[in-house]
Design a binder for this molecule. Structure first.
Ligand code: KG4
Ligand code: ZN
Length: 354
């Protein structure tokens, strides 16, 4: 069922269309207002990190409850900050997956209610399409483009042959890169989320404990981080059992160097092989200083332009969901009011119909 498609009255020019986007897939409650798919009028993010920190990771039940508590206020704030009225909105976008199903549902129910009350279309949006299209909020994407998606739940190389068409060239076979960072940090008794702490330790250390690289088969674009994580845990245990002092900086640096070398090498090979005109880095781990520096250097040597959004658009936020939803708004591809949260939503299937 399509909701009131006729209410998008652009006549082919969509630059004035305003989307209210909602993101509640994990531990950030966020709402944003985006004009013309590129201009951020507001992007309000309420993080639950402090609540989950004491448990060492996201507790799904608590995440859902906190989304319920804050969603209305966050939406109201986003609309107010954008300086628009609800009647100015062209569509409501919401993350439909992947993510925690109970958390997704909170955003979806809010989005459906608004779309129905205002009589405007609903656009179910893929979370990873959002991370990728966060780049469009900064600079125009040119095609073909290759995205390296590195977040707490995903590690993927995605080829975009044209706008809104996603093809996954490689993905992690076990842990996502952010997940590996968080588990290693936890073993070192660092606070959640651990990525930024490992990044800091690694960049401050002059020494490095060299750890293995998981290249997998020679032609594979897949990743694997569980072996590396186990190598780190084994090193920590050996030191503890022998009563030796562990050089945590050297271990963090060894871990980070192994991750970066594999990510950068596979991304560059895929970009060259697919004739990509740009490399897009996105997801929470894109905030990693070591990864940014290594990719910048390799892309510049290979003559491939690199796009990295600012940190505020790399971690979960609703502005990126609005940017991805715009692809569907332009094509009149809307969701029905029977939209469900889908924890395993396929990125390739979410591609736009050309
Ligand atoms: O994209 P994101 O905000 O949420 C997901 O969709 O998963 O990513 C969160 C992940 C966490 O695992 C966090 O530890 C990691 O991004 N992260 C980092 C850094 N900043 C955040 N990992 C490595 N280095 C960083 N500087
Ligand atoms: Zn994310």
């Amino acid at each position: 069922m399509n909701v009131n498609q006729s209410s998008v009255t652009s006549g082919g020019n969509f630059s004035d269309e305003i989307i209210l986007a909602i993101e509640t897939s994990c531990d950030e409650t966020s709402a944003a207002v985006i004009r013309g798919g590129k201009h951020i009028l507001s992007n309000v993010v309420s993080s639950q990190i402090e609540i989950h920190e004491r448990f060492g990771g996201v507790v799904p039940e608590i995440a859902s409850r906190k989304h319920v508590e804050s969603i209305t206020l966050i939406i109201e704030q986003a609309v107010k900050e954008a300086g628009v009225g609800l009647r100015d909105l062209s569509a409501i976008a919401v993350t439909e997956g992947p993510g925690l199903v109970g958390a997704l549902l909170v955003g979806i129910v809010a989005a459906k209610s608004l779309a129905m009350a205002l009589g405007i279309p609903l656009i179910g949006t893929h979370h990873i399409a959002g991370h990728i299209y966060a780049n469009e909020l900064v600079q125009d994407i040119v095609y073909p483009s290759l995205a390296l998606v590195v977040s707490g739940g995903h590690t993927e190389l995605v080829l975009l042959e044209r706008e809104g068409a996603f093809r996954i060239l490689g993905r992690t076979r076990d842990d996502a890169v952010g997940e590996a960072y968080d588990k290693v940090a936890r073993a070192l008794k660092l606070p959640y989320p651990g990525g930024p702490h490992i990044d800091r330790l690694a960049s401050e250390s002059q020494e490095e404990i060299v750890l293995p690289r998981a290249w997998l088969e020679a032609d594979s674009y897949d990743f694997s981080f569980s072996g590396l994580k186990s190598a780190v845990l084994a090193a920590i245990n050996q030191h503890r059992m022998k009563g030796l002092e562990l050089n945590e900086g050297a271990l963090a640096r060894g871990f980070q160097q192994s991750v970066i070398e594999v990510l950068v090498s596979k991304a560059l090979r895929a970009a060259k092989q697919s004739g990509a005109r740009q490399l897009l880095l996105c997801g929470g781990v894109a905030a990693n200083r070591g990864l940014r520096a290594a990719l910048t250097e390799s892309c510049s040597a290979a003559g491939i332009p690199l796009l990295i959004p600012p940190n505020s658009l790399c971690t979960d936020n609703a502005a990126m969901i609005g940017a991805a939803a715009f692809l569907k708004l332009k094509r009149g591809q809307f969701s029905g009011l029977d939209l469900k949260g889908d924890p395993g939503l396929s990125l390739e299937k979410w591609s736009v119909n050309s």
